[in-house]
Design a protein around this ligand. Structure first.
Ligand code: IPE
Ligand code: IPE
Ligand code: MG
Length: 267
């Protein structure tokens, strides 16, 4: 059997363990570990970023196949500007290149692409490709791919707070009308349901300023695999793990509830 067939079979065997009724609709991913992957191979960090793009394509396919509807990936944080200029420039060029090469297929697959973050500091060329890709795919409704670039969760929250203060001071809204729903409606992710699952690769156990508001009740899965080595098999493992979780949202499960009542109050 060829390597490709063995991999397909491994993925197929794992996918049979997935409950199709409980597939997360929205998965968010912190694609981390590109630099370490390259450094381990004595390669420049940029090789890791390039390889990472191939992995994103594989995971996008895998999540569609599984029945997810939304994938939100962290591609560049507001803090990533502190990296060496050469790496930042490489990433910016990579975003343009990848988008140019992939947009046709993304559109053919009826996928809508959205960029989330403050695009202002990016060069005009990238801004133009982003805007034409977003407008080309805006009516696609099979799948939504959100790419977070120059994104920071705290910056997003501050931005919303400023907008609401402005609306209050101009009299458009009253302070008592400010609630979670209104706040949500001002976020960059407005109209998009919160992720049920957050995956972070490379073993780091932190959120690194990603979707701070939206992840309030997401299940978190940490994979030790570096992003350039992540694949459909690892993604399916994350989904299976997610399906074993008991999401309580601050409540208690009915069974525990009954046994508590039995032991404390009965007789
Ligand atoms: C994630 O990989 C990609 C970006 C942040 C752009 P890193 O570049 O952070 O890789 P490590 O974490 O240094 O290995
Ligand atoms: C988070 O990874 C940002 C992206 C994956 C784009 P980082 O590598 O920048 O995060 P830290 O520095 O490990 O927290
Ligand atoms: Mg990193």
């Amino acid at each position: 059997m060829s390597l490709g067939k063995i991999i397909d079979k491994k993925n197929y065997d794992l996918s049979k363990r997935i409950d199709k009724q409980k597939v997360p609709e929205h998965v968010a991913i912190i694609m981390d570990g590109n630099g370490r992957w390259a450094t381990k191979r004595n390669l420049p960090r940029t090789y890791g970023h390039k390889r990472g793009v191939e992995v994103l394509k594989e995971i996008l396919k895998a999540s569609k196949k599984l029945g997810c509807r939304i994938l939100t990936v962290y591609a560049f944080s507001t803090e990533n500007w502190t990296r060496p200029t050469k790496e930042v420039e490489f990433l910016i060029n990579l975003f343009s290149e990848v988008l140019k090469n992939e947009i046709e297929e993304i559109h053919e697959e009826s996928t809508k692409i959205k960029f989330i973050g403050d695009l202002t500091p990016f060069p005009e060329t990238l801004k133009k490709i982003i805007s034409s890709s977003e407008s080309l795919t805006k009516n696609n409704n099979k799948f939504l791919l959100n790419v977070c670039v120059n994104y920071g969760g705290r910056q997003e929250i501050v931005k919303v707070a400023k907008e609401l203060v402005l609306k209050c001071s101009s009299g458009d809204i009253k302070i008592n009308e400010v609630n979670e729903e209104l706040f949500n409606s001002e976020l960059l992710t407005r109209g998009i349901k919160d992720p049920e699952l957050l995956i972070r690769t490379s073993g780091e156990k932190r959120i690194s300023n990603f979707l701070l508001w939206q992840l309030a009740y997401s299940e978190i899965y940490i994979s030790d695999v570096l992003w350039p080595d992540f694949n459909e098999f690892e993604f399916l493992k994350a989904i299976i793990d997610y399906q074993s979780r008991h999401r309580r949202f601050g409540g208690i499960e009915s069974l525990e509830d009954e046994s508590f009542e039995d032991s404390q109050y009965s007789s």
